[in-house]
Write a protein that binds this ligand. Structure first.
Ligand code: CMP
Length: 138
């Protein structure tokens, strides 16, 4: 079982100046970045990244939003990384996120929800591989 997860700081949080505060929370909570980049998703790349949601009604808006500005992508290492990270970021809909979670603190809406966190070890591996080659990770 892997001890890694994958995250993105989404365009809303980057645009609103929250990169530093969000990274601070992530690192203070014991997650160690083993791969890290400031980049962006073209609409084609965003469409591919979120292909699992292709049939969902929010797919087009999601792809448009995720390609609307720069993002931070990272692979994070910690025991029980996937589950613990989802606890740290809070519910997908920030209005339902627990106080003190990253989405409760920094997100505005279910689309502009500040951060992504992988939902399984398998997807963490797939998503990390989407952004990082072997020599880009510690
Ligand atoms: P994320 O964890 O990055 O994965 C898919 C994204 O779709 C999710 O965060 C939300 O930002 C967005 N989204 C928009 N509407 C919904 C919805 N109804 N259910 C789940 N995700 C949604």
């Amino acid at each position: 079982k892997t001890n890694r997860t994958f995250t993105m700081i989404k365009p809303d949080a980057v645009a609103n100046g929250h990169i530093g505060a969000i990274l601070d929370q992530i690192i203070k909570n014991g997650f160690k970045p083993v791969a890290f980049k400031y980049t962006y998703l073209s609409p084609e790349m965003a469409g591919k990244f979120y292909e699992v949601h292709k049939e969902r009604p929010f797919y087009n808006a999601l792809v448009q939003f995720m390609s609307s500005g720069p993002i931070v992508a990272a692979i994070l290492e910690k025991d029980n990384a996937v589950e613990d990270f989802r606890k740290l970021i809070g519910a997908t809909d920030p209005s339902k996120a627990e106080p003190g979670t990253i989405r409760q603190l920094f997100a505005k809406s279910i689309d502009a929800n500040a951060v992504h966190g992988s939902d399984s070890d398998e997807n963490a591996e797939i998503e990390g591989n989407f952004f990082f080659s072997a020599f880009e990770r510690f």
